[in-house]
Design a protein around this ligand. Structure first.
Ligand code: HEC
Length: 125
């Protein structure tokens, strides 16, 4: 009798564990990792990069003192704007590190990806 109860409890435990494992594994999806591994495009990388590190100052939406000194017309909030200044962006924020000038710096891996995007002729998608 005690043995039967032990097996019953063990079976229930195994069943519950199986459900928990299934629930955790089933929803797992690696899309973000896949994006990181893909060749950089405007859509999967550059737009977000510029939004994170550049458009606080370099945006066509900003004028005057709001640009914090960023030269007028050097803007990275649109694809066309970013393409127009891509070579300079590569020099200042890809292989070089003078941009952004303040504390919020990209990682070296992000700088390498920016360089790769420009070297691949700035694909949009
Ligand atoms: C805090 C404001 C600010 C941020 C953020 C910023 N910049 Fe700048 N940027 C400036 C200022 C000020 C200058 C002008 C002074 C200089 O050239 O160093 C400038 C100049 C530049 C120039 C030279 C433009 C020219 O024609 O002379 C480029 C290219 C540039 N930035 C790219 C970037 C990129 C790419 C990022 C993001 C990784 C970025 N900047 C982030 C303020 C900023």
């Amino acid at each position: 009798m005690r043995t039967n109860r032990f097996f019953l409890l063990t079976s229930i435990l195994v069943f519950v564990l199986a459900i928990v494992l299934f629930a955790c594994g089933g929803g797992d999806d690696d899309d973000d990792d896949n994006d990181d591994a893909a060749a950089p495009t405007w859509e999967n990388f550059a737009q977000g990069f510029f939004a994170d590190y550049c458009t606080r100052c370099h945006s066509s939406e900003l004028a005057g003192v709001d640009r914090v000194g960023a030269p007028p017309g050097v803007d990275f909030d649109t694809y066309d704007g970013a393409v127009a200044d891509a070579a300079d962006a590569r020099e200042r924020a890809g292989v070089g590190e003078s941009m952004p000038p303040d504390a919020t710096k990209p990682t070296q891996a992000e700088r390498d990806r920016l360089t790769a995007w420009v070297d691949a002729d700035t694909p949009e998608n």
